[in-house]
Design a protein around this ligand. Sequence first.
Ligand code: ADP
Ligand code: MG
Length: 320
Amino acid sequence: MTPEFNLIKQYFTRATRDTKLGVGDDAALISLTTGMELAISADMLVAGTHFFTDCDAYQLGWKSLAVNISDMAAMGANPKWATLAIALPEINASWLAEFSRGFFACADNFSVDLIGGDTTRGPLIISVQIMGEVPIGKAIKRGGAKVGDEIWVSGKLGDAAIALQHMLGKITLPIDVLTSCAKALHEPQPRVTLGLALQDIANSAIDVSDGLLADLGHILEQSNIGAALELKRIPHSTFVDFPIDLRDESLRKMVLAGGDDYELCFTAPAEKHAEIVKLSETTKLQLSCVGHVTSDTGLVLHGLDNEILNIKETGFDHFS
Ligand code: ADP
Ligand code: MG
């Protein structure tokens, strides 16, 4: 057997759950459940651009699948199958063991089968394609937001960006804050359960990968509407030894425009408010109503003293 084939067998071949034919043939075979349609998405992670080359291999394995699963969550789809195309500069057994351990930990957590891929020598690049199922017509699109919708965000924003600023040497975090924020950066938790529950609740959704303002901007643009956001309602962590004061422009930027949060931002009719509050309780996931959709295009951000903040200063020039 060629070293490449050995590598695939050893690190990337596992028993599958719901796949007719997985790794090992010229193509994989899957069957869709009756009444479902296929949701497909891909995300590429390039060393030096999307992650530090010397980062932890387990976490990189987790994250490369998690960011793709997050796209399924944002569509209201159930993630089921993934392929992995990977370029490796060398065959490093301990790195591959850790990378695949992280990848399969995430796959097991969300019941995803790795069904194929490609392996080649080259600069470290990881390209994952994810496929999921969603009942026909139920996918939650970016273009469905309506005037009168409330705007919601899951979890907390900013932790990943705060960890990244520390790693870039721009700020210095106390160790407990770094530990907590680094976990958000390296092991994001895609909101699949929430996404599925939103099929009959949300009019639009997106996962927050580039920062709330930029990603909400995509919803606004595709739905041809505007929004008003209230800074005081934006969810973020609170640390005793690292206060996050949103009056501080650079902190505000990390929370609103930092990226890598992998939370869901969605819009839903105001009548669904109580249902969403209940959903937050059943899923044990914080859901914050952060603003509402408006008929004038553009995004207005109300500050803590109800002043109107210049969004460009927050690193957001989408509407400039
Ligand atoms: P081919 O020559 O037909 O492209 P390969 O030798 O590249 O086949 O791959 C053999 C099998 O292993 C295929 O089923 C392919 O999907 C799978 N595979 C290759 N690389 C990976 C990987 N990194 N992860 C999962 N499956 C892989
Ligand atoms: Mg191949």
